[in-house]
Design a protein around this ligand. Structure first.
Ligand code: UD1
Length: 339
């Protein structure tokens, strides 16, 4: 049985990925410092899969502790690296913290992986590396634009660090997954997104407004150059996204070649506007979400969606869950949280 370390494995995408890994028969060691996650997620994972993964409370920047963890859980075959800060707005105010956590964390991890001859990494990257693209949809070969935020910058730097390390080490293989906008929750409603305080992201804001926690959704801008004037994104179901990690991992572990670096866009291939998602949510769940159009949010890009042919053809993966089911899962999770 292959052993996989999942950093940030109690987070939103991490926890769904752990579920899929365990369902596919992988042995999982979660490494998470609980800075933006809850220990209760572990019980949710156990309930869904019938198996409690190993868990270590470690900040990946703490190289000593990471080393001890790799020693304790000897022979880790691969790492999926999620652990990072991810709020675009916050990254502007806390630039140094973002660089330290996201960049130093990765360097610390790669250092320990090399010491323990762990030769495979799947990295959690983002469509943010494309900035505002000139041509849509974006392919993996689309130009990398100047980052719009320190958060985006850390993702670009991390991709460079991994690319250069693969070139230097030869034995290391890496897959960079560029996610678009993950949404929804596990259909069991045992795990899902747990935003701290006022949510930054659209879907948690919509579900909290539907639940009455927020008065109204603010739609940031209706004067963009899009059909209805609101921004367009590619919203991908978190469980479809989790499955992409499993197939990426299987591809790496099944390959006889080392020293490869591959990049995949992980999205649906379809762009939806803020207003479209909002109306789809209301329709899928039969609830009303009051909203108001307000000014644009600083740093927002106008529109982006993925070209997913590479992931479809090379990984044999595609997003398959219908949008109404995804939006129902998000609402079911919110209701569960509110008891
Ligand atoms: C951004 C990053 C993404 C990152 C994610 C993490 C880009 C292109 N994307 O996603 O890489 O992983 O943050 O948090 O940099 N909106 C509203 N009202 C709200 C909240 C959002 O109208 O209350 C709108 C936004 O203006 C945007 C869309 O909803 O058009 C999606 O926003 P959000 O969920 O925050 O994600 P991104 O900013 O696209």
């Amino acid at each position: 049985m292959k052993k996989i370390a999942v950093t940030g494995g109690l987070g939103y995408i991490g926890s769904h990925t752990v579920v899929e890994l365990q369902n596919e028969g992988f042995e999982v060691v979660i490494i998470d410092d609980l800075s933006n996650s809850e220990i209760a997620v572990l019980a949710g994972i156990e309930k869904i899969t019938g198996k409690k993964p190993a868990f270590e409370t470690i900040d990946v920047c703490d190289t000593e502790k990471l080393r001890a963890c790799f020693k304790k859980h000897s022979h880790i075959d691969a790492v999926i690296h999620f652990a990072a800060y991810k709020a675009v707005g916050e990254s502007v105010a806390k630039a140094l913290e973002y660089y330290r956590n996201n960049v130093c964390g990765l360097i610390s991890l790669l250092t320990v992986m090399r010491e323990f001859e762990c030769a495979n990494i799947v990295f959690s990257s983002s469509c943010t590396v494309y900035g505002q693209p000139d041509v849509l949809p974006v392919t993996e070969l689309s130009p990398i634009k100047k980052a719009e935020s320190p958060y985006g910058s850390t993702k670009q730097m991390s991709e460079d660090i991994i690319t250069d390390t693969v070139a230097a080490e030869k034995s290391l293989s890496a897959i960079l997954l560029r996610y678009f906008n993950p949404i929804g929750a596990h259909p069991s409603a045992l795990i899902g997104e747990l935003p701290k305080g006022v949510p930054n992201n659209l879907l948690p804001y919509i579900t909290q407004t539907a639940a009455g926690l927020r008065t109204e959704l603010h739609v940031f801008g209706n004067d963009y150059n899009t059909p209805d004037g609101s921004c367009i994104r590619d919203y991908i179901y978190v469980l479809d996204l989790a499955q992409a990690h499993v197939v990426a991992l299987q591809r790496m572990l099944g390959s006889k070649e080392s020293g490869s670096l591959e990049i995949f866009n992980i999205g649906t291939g379809k762009g939806l506007s803020v207003l479209e998602i909002l109306h789809e949510f209301m329709q899928a769940n039969g609830v009303n979400v009051p909203y108001k159009i307000v000014g644009r949010r600083a740093g927002d890009i106008e529109q982006i969606w993925a070209e997913t042919t590479r992931a479809n053809e090379v990984l044999g993966w595609r997003a398959h869950t219908p949008l109404n089911e995804v939006l129902q899962s998000a609402w079911k999770w919110e209701q569960k949280l509110r008891g």
